[in-house]
Design a protein. Structure first.
Lengths: 114, 112
């Protein structure tokens, strides 16, 4: 069965510093990996995805994520955090072609401190 | 901005009432999903549909039911609401073989 883990419930970072939000996955096969962001009282917004190809994926709002097959990780990163990046971030995994259902992690609350 | 809509955005109802949460998308996506999310917590898939007249239960058992009579419409119904149904309900859709899902703004339901 596929699953995804976000080991940190909360990440705090100072504005202007680099940020990392961690995600590890477990699937039997080639994973399709996603990051979504949720602002208060809103639905989820798509940030980026890894399907195949380059391990470094660039997404919206200056975010990027690195797929590491040996470590089964897909950490979200940004070189310089903004206060407006403060939100709830979800990692998700989908298994293989034709399986469109997403399995979400428990979420990580990112707080960027001015 | 994705063209997927949910109404109502907020709903407070009494125990035992029947309610329907509406979800519509104008993107022509064949796949649609319902998730349940407690505030600030993970999402749990409760229903999904791969097309008209197709509905399946998700990973989390739910007393709600869904229907998919039209491609663009995927309503969720609770026949008799209970306080345990208090939660946020998120609708999403995706196209063909794409795994990227587009989410609506959610309905926050409170059952008193």
């Amino acid at each position: 069965a596929q699953s995804v883990a976000q080991p940190e419930d909360q990440v705090n970072v100072a504005e202007g510093n680099p940020l990392t939000v961690k995600c590890t996955y477990s699937v039997s096969g080639n994973p399709y990996l996603f990051w979504y962001v949720q602002y208060p009282n809103r639905g989820l917004q798509f940030l980026l995805k890894y399907i195949t190809g380059d391990n470094l994926v660039k997404g919206s709002y200056g975010f990027e994520a690195e797929f590491n097959k040996s470590q089964t990780s897909f950490h979200l990163k940004k070189p310089s955090a903004l206060v407006s990046d403060s939100a709830l971030y979800f990692c998700a995994v989908s298994y293989g072609a034709g399986a469109n259902n997403l399995f979400f992690g428990t979420g990580t609350r990112l707080t960027v401190i001015p | 901005e994705a063209d997927i809509y949910q109404t109502p955005r907020y709903l407070v109802i009494g125990t035992g009432k029947k309610i329907t949460l509406e979800c519509s998308q104008t993107m022509g996506h064949d796949k649609m999903y319902w998730y349940q999310q407690d505030p600030g917590m993970e999402l749990h898939l409760i229903h999904y549909s791969y097309g008209v007249n197709s509905t399946e239960k998700g990973d989390l058992s739910s007393e709600s039911t869904v229907s998919r009579i039209r491609t663009e419409h995927f309503p969720l119904t609770l026949e008799s609401a209970r306080p345990s149904h208090t939660s946020q309900y998120l609708c999403a859709s995706s196209e063909g073989r794409s795994h990227e899902q587009y989410f609506g703004p959610g309905t926050r339901l409170t059952v008193t």
